[in-house]
Design a protein around this ligand. Structure first.
Ligand SMILES: O=C(O)CCC(=O)C(=O)O
Ligand SMILES: [Fe+2]
Length: 451
């Protein structure tokens, strides 16, 4: 196993942010009981646009399903297992890989050099073999993608081919062809062979990332367990395979088909409330999945358009959470990170945008099976009074702001606003309900000179 290739970098830095948050959590000033609440809206066009922006353009993770029993059969012939493939048998049946240049499909070893086996030539278990873990392996990947790249959608994996790269094998920069309207992603999984070189490179918004696809071994009492690395990217992500300098690289390629549907319960039992589920998802991603920021201008524009629409319909203040956590004093334009910064800059061209620390309050409504969480957002106002906002500080607590809403996405921001249990909040007794979520929000109004 070659372990010295570049490793995947992660931008999620959740430990860091949560620990900052934990530190400031102890010092939080009291909430003003006079702040008006913002009604929280979920599952709207704007929250979906924010979810799309929060979706990572590519991810990688280890699949923990045991693959040792997976066989490899080519046209019925035994070609070993995923753990120990018999390269010679695979090669015997494989055909050279072409690629599309304009309208033509061509062979050009200077651009692409490798062979492949199509899905219908392959099988992973003998007929009637009931012990195969292949189904769980696939659904594990589907579930992970529904929490990371395709939030709020339903995902199906379809085996497309097995790519074989011997010494000198490579594939220059390209985007994958799509095979159906529903086909929006590619999943790659390298089988357990020895190879050097052959790095997979991904390019998104001009930023190149190298992903180490070598399987990892996990020591277990019952013997070492092999864990395969899963890489997934949107079909329009440019990628490339560097020349293999030694050995053979075998890569399974799957098409990811995406359906607009509520996702399966990937981790949460039915009794889980949406926010509990969100917290789980965040912890899960933080500990298991490498994600990357998405700064796609089309997705940013979709958010701009949606906000304009809401203003037109009479919601004068459109607010939503930031993706990252910040120290309270750092909730300022100049400190914004990644997507938050890109979005703020884009919105500022069209609207008046204000940043403000926010608390999301969840109130349990009813009990037992009928219990539902109701959400309210509050601007966090320091007890020093220097940040009081007259328009939202009048009246007694519990009032709901009119013509203003807080839009809570499924995925992005609220996950990082979630409070680790056990952190004590300064003076939470002043508001009813359980104060669990902190962070900051963007408050977007029409430009005042346009009114
Ligand atoms: O083998 C790989 O890692 C990727 C191959 C690829 O990009 C393709 O065949 O389209
Ligand atoms: Fe490709």
């Amino acid at each position: 196993m070659d372990s010295d290739s570049s490793s995947v970098s992660s931008n999620s830095e959740p430990e860091h942010e949560l620990s900052i948050f934990e530190r400031i959590g102890g010092h939080l000033d009291s909430f003003s009981s006079s702040t008006r609440a913002y009604e929280v809206e979920r599952e709207t066009k704007l929250t979906h646009a924010l979810d799309n922006l929060a979706g990572s353009p590519f991810v990688s993770f280890e699949n923990r399903v045991e693959t040792a029993t997976f066989k490899l059969l080519v046209e019925g012939e035994d070609a070993g297992t995923w753990m120990k493939p018999v390269v010679g048998v695979l090669q015997k049946h494989a055909t050279p890989s072409p690629f599309g240049r304009g309208e033509e499909t061509v062979m050009d070893p200077t651009y692409r050099h490798g062979t492949e086996l199509k899905a219908d030539e392959l099988a992973f278990s003998l007929q009637g073999d009931k012990n195969s873990q292949y189904e769980p392996f696939v659904s594990n990947i589907e579930n992970e993608l529904e929490t990371s790249m395709f939030v709020g959608k339903s995902v199906t994996l379809k085996l497309y081919k097995l790519a074989i790269y011997g010494e000198g094998g490579h594939f220059d920069w390209h985007r994958d062809s799509t095979h159906s309207d529903a086909h929006h992603g590619t999943v790659l999984v390298a089988l357990n062979t020895e190879w050097e070189g052959g790095d997979l490179m991904l390019r998104h918004q001009g930023v190149e990332t190298i992903v180490n696809m070598h399987p990892t071994t996990y020591p277990k009492k019952s013997g070492d367990e092999l864990r395969l690395v899963v890489v997934a990217f949107y079909t329009d992500t440019e990628h490339k395979v560097m020349p293999v300098t030694k050995g053979t690289r075998l890569v399974l390629q799957f098409d990811v088909e995406v359906v607009e549907q509520p996702p399966r319960d990937w981790i949460a039992p039915p009794s889980y409330t949406p926010l509990k589920e969100a917290v789980h998802r965040h912890q899960h991603i933080a500990s298991r999945i490498n994600t990357y920021p998405n700064l796609d201008q089309k997705l940013v524009q979709a958010v701009v358009d949606e906000i304009r629409e809401l203003h037109k319909e009479g919601t004068t203040v459109v607010a939503f959470p930031l993706t990252h956590l910040y120290r309270k004093a750092s909730v300022k334009k100049e400190y914004l990170k990644g997507t938050d910064s890109a979005l703020f800059n884009a919105l500022e061209n069209h609207f008046d945008v204000v940043l403000h620390p926010v608390l999301i309050r969840a109130i349990e409504d009813g009990n037992g099976d009928d219990s539902q969480e109701q959400f309210f957002a509050h601007k966090y106002i320091s007890s020093e009074g220097d940040e009081e906002e007259p328009s939202y500080a009048e009246g007694q607590g519990g009032g709901v702001s009119e013509n203003a809403s807080f839009y809570l996405p499924r995925a992005s921001a609220i996950l990082q606003l979630s409070l680790p249990s056990g952190v004590h909040l300064g003076n939470e007794a002043e508001i009813s309900g359980e104060a669990r979520y902190y962070g900051a929000g963007m408050f977007v109004e029409p430009k005042s000179d346009e009114e």
